[in-house]
Design a protein around this ligand. Structure first.
Ligand SMILES: Cc1cc2nc3c(=O)[nH]c(=O)nc-3n(C[C@H](O)[C@H](O)[C@H](O)COP(=O)(O)OP(=O)(O)OC[C@H]3O[C@@H](n4cnc5c(N)ncnc54)[C@H](O)[C@@H]3O)c2cc1C
Length: 319
């Protein structure tokens, strides 16, 4: 028997992705007088929350999930912003007039078949953690940190962990390393490159980070060449037990946290035929190549207003 398809009422603006960028877009539009109905839709089952604390205060149990929530339900109700949780959009159908023109309206179709008609569309679908392809990457205990669910899973595992390896010496890797170290774990950071946070800061700052982390007792390995994640034996079969390096040494780890960057979620944009190049290519008004769809946040590849600087992904990093 086929499940009947639900068709929602048309919304003025459908924002796909209910996180930092989507939330801010909805709030800013109301602040500037946009008075059409807004639907803010996301696939996660949580109310929109702030990610930055996931590797810091939330991981350290200094704040709980409630502290991360952006706005109360009353706020969304008062501002005529409909929040839809747990809905993953799988494709966009664009309305096309008889003469072939498109005005930016269409229907977003969710994984459960629910249809969300819209007059205008904004993509705030962000990015996902880049996966590491290495032998043993599928072992239990190899984890990533992008979402609240990832953080909850990570926290639930920590009781059994004495030694942790963090793969990636970028911001998230170092923040998580400090948090884990502060909880009494032996932490080793494996950084493939010659210095820490190499893509974002200069050499002096990298050196400062290196000394600061080593000074705390975190083992930082630069130029680390890992060959595989080692599986445990006996009762720990199927679970990670260590990380093997090119020289054959194995660093013990009951937990491996991989933080090697993100990949923008461009699948919907590609399906829509929008220009994509390490993110959805937008102009300085955040408008994509079709002239109507807006893309904001980590998924957007926007022009950098400073002359001579390359394009950059939307949200940037505010420490
Ligand atoms: C652990 C951690 C710590 C961080 N710390 C800092 C910090 O200190 N300072 C800082 O500036 N930045 C920090 N960041 C980065 C910051 O959180 C991101 O830049 C920001 O979240 C980007 O917001 P966004 O809304 O563009 O994308 P995202 O936060 O990635 O949100 C996109 C949302 O869209 C949803 N989505 C995707 N596809 C679909 C679909 N097809 N249908 C429905 N929903 C969909 C996703 O599930 C997600 O909820 C941190 C990130 C992490 C993970």
């Amino acid at each position: 028997m086929n499940t009947p398809t639900t068709e929602r009422a048309e919304t003025g603006l459908l924002i796909i992705g209910a996180s930092q960028a989507g939330v801010q877009l909805a709030i800013s539009l109301r602040g500037t007088g946009f008075d059409e109905h807004i639907t803010l839709l996301g696939e996660e089952d949580h109310r929109p929350y702030q990610r930055p604390a996931l590797s810091k205060e939330f991981l350290q149990d200094k704040v709980d999930k409630e502290n991360l929530i952006f706005r109360s339900q009353e706020y969304w109700d008062e501002h005529d912003i409909e929040l839809v949780k747990g809905a993953r959009i799988e494709r966009i159908e664009r309305n096309t007039a008889a003469d072939g023109t498109q005005d930016g309206s269409g229907v977003a179709v969710a994984a459960d078949g629910t249809r969300y008609p819209f007059r205008r569309l904004a993509l705030a679908v962000g990015a996902r953690a880049r996966r590491l392809e290495i032998e043993g990457a599928e072992l239990d205990g190899v984890v990533y940190l992008r979402s609240a669910d990832d953080a909850l899973e990570l926290k639930a595992r920590l009781g059994d962990v004495q030694d942790a390896v963090v793969v990636g010496g970028g911001f998230i890797g170092l923040e998580a390393a400090c948090s884990l170290h502060g909880m009494g774990k032996n932490v080793t950071v494996m950084e493939y490159g010659p210095r820490l946070v190499g893509r974002a800061v200069g050499e002096d700052t990298s050196e400062y980070f290196l000394q600061a982390h080593r000074g705390r007792g975190i083992d930082i390995r630069l130029g680390a060449r890992m060959t595989r994640f080692v599986e445990g034996t006996g009762e720990r079969a199927g679970t990670v037990a260590g990380v093997e390096l090119e020289d054959g040494t194995v660093v013990d780890a009951q937990l491996v946290l991989v933080g090697i960057g993100v990949v923008p979620n461009t699948e919907l944009a590609e399906q829509m035929g929008l220009a994509v190049d390490n993110g959805i290519v937008v102009d300085r008004h955040a408008v994509a190549s079709d002239g109507t769809t807006v893309a904001v946040g980590d998924v957007a590849n926007m022009p950098n207003p400073s002359p001579g600087h390359p394009r950059a992904n939307g949200s940037g990093w505010r420490a």
